[in-house]
Design a protein around this ligand. Structure first.
Ligand code: HEM
Length: 378
């Protein structure tokens, strides 16, 4: 099926305006930066560096310690944490600097993402390059970004509590899922700037396209729980879990009250991640078969096939990570590849949804910005 761009006048075939292209490039650049943050965040966790900075100073924290005294002061604060006392007694300053570097880099990247978000946002808004809907979407993502910084600090603070040597798994999973929601939001908005006119896709394919994205997000949350509770260090066999396809109920629900098993019981945490992977795999394969049968040779069918391939590859990477008992390279690849799956699924869901029989009503020439407001007032 051919997909053509919608224009304001109601005809088809003209490409998006240069301003809209600039907004799209900006959103994809932001999305790439978010993936970079997820990668550095993963490395921070896997190198055990996440608790090396014991304070949250959103502005002044951008400057790292610059003198020997400043380094000694930071190291002293770290020596006061349970992680140092329980796990890292006797660590030297040079090793501490490596831990600090990862955490500082992760936080610095967060500040960079904030700037790359707000400064161009003001510019585009000033120039009237944003539609009302896009403006509201970006406002929502800005708020989510602020919330993400706060969740990050709440997560770190959970790891500084007496007796803790790592952050709370649920908070880690929430932090990863919020990052993934921001990524999906950016990609959704960017992909929506290319409205396509043609024959609308069948509702079934639109619904399953969105369902795949939702399931990928759920799977990322469950993966965050596996990573946070180190559930990848047990049951290092596949397809069975130490000889059982489904572990017995008394192992799956060993903890009381039962609800806490979903976060605290490594058996159930890993089992849930495996089960959701199989569900996602089945849905992605069925969706691809359906798309190829209903719209053979179309962009929709190619995208759906690509997503099924990515999910198969991601499951393979997850199995390798498990069988090798979580080496850094495999765990990090599995985490970053999850972002690729999510990006592709979101583009696909948005593109499938935005094929309409009539051109989009909200177009780049109904801008929402300072210049428009000024013009109306005049
Ligand atoms: C097919 C879709 C899958 C997706 C989207 C996915 C996604 C994720 C994500 C986002 C994480 C968190 C990574 C981190 O924070 O470091 C994770 C962790 C993990 N996943 Fe998956 N996963 C999938 C399938 C699987 C499968 C089939 C297995 C094995 C049977 C698996 C095994 C693991 C393990 C062992 C970890 C923990 C890694 C660590 O401790 O760093 N995953 N997964």
């Amino acid at each position: 099926m051919t997909e053509r761009y919608a224009t304001t006048a109601g005809e088809t075939a003209s490409p998006p305006a240069a301003g809209q292209r600039a907004v799209r490039v900006w959103l994809y650049l932001l999305a790439a930066l978010v993936v970079g943050m997820v990668a550095v965040g993963g490395a921070t966790r896997l190198t055990g560096s996440g608790l090396s900075i014991t304070e949250w100073r959103p502005v002044t924290g951008a400057v790292p310690p610059l003198s020997a005294e400043a380094w000694a002061a930071e190291f002293d604060k770290y020596k006061d944490t349970p992680q140092y006392r329980i796990l890292n007694q006797g660590m030297g300053l040079s090793d501490f600097k490596v831990l600090y570097g990862w955490e500082w880099g992760h936080r610095l990247l967060g500040r960079v993402v904030g700037l790359v978000f707000f400064l161009p946002l003001l510019w585009f808004w000033w120039r009237g390059a944003l539609t009302r809907r896009l403006g509201l979407g970006l406002l929502g993502l800005g708020l989510l970004g602020g919330l993400q910084g706060a969740i990050g600090w709440i997560m770190v603070a959970s790891g500084l509590q007496p007796g803790m040597t790592a952050v709370a798994p649920l908070k880690l999973a929430l932090h990863l899922t919020t990052a993934s929601l921001i990524l999906a939001g950016l990609v959704w908005l960017a992909a929506g700037l290319r409205p396509r006119v043609g024959t609308p896709e069948p509702a079934r394919l639109r619904v399953t396209g969105v369902a795949i994205t939702g399931l990928v997000l759920a799977q990322i949350f469950l993966g965050g729980l596996v990573a946070g509770s180190k559930a990848g260090l047990v049951y290092n066999t596949w397809p069975s879990m130490n000889g059982m396809l489904v572990p017995p109920a008394h192992e799956l629900f060993a903890v009381s009250p039962w609800i806490e098993n979903f976060v605290d019981n490594l058996t159930l945490v890993q089992f849930n991640h495996r089960l959701t992977a199989y569900l996602l795999l089945a849905l992605a394969l069925l969706h691809a078969l359906d798309a190829r049968r209903t719209r053979p040779g179309s962009g929709l069918a190619r995208r759906a096939t690509g997503i099924a391939g990515l999910v198969v590859a991601q499951a393979g990477l997850g199995i390798v990570t498990l069988l090798l008992a979580v080496p850094l390279w495999a765990a990090l690849s599995h985490q970053v590849f999850a972002m690729a799956v999510l990006t592709m699924a979101t583009v696909h869901a948005r593109a499938t949804r935005s094929v309409t029989a009539t051109p989009s009503r909200e177009s780049p020439t109904t801008p929402f910005g300072f210049e428009t407001l000024a013009g109306r007032a005049a």
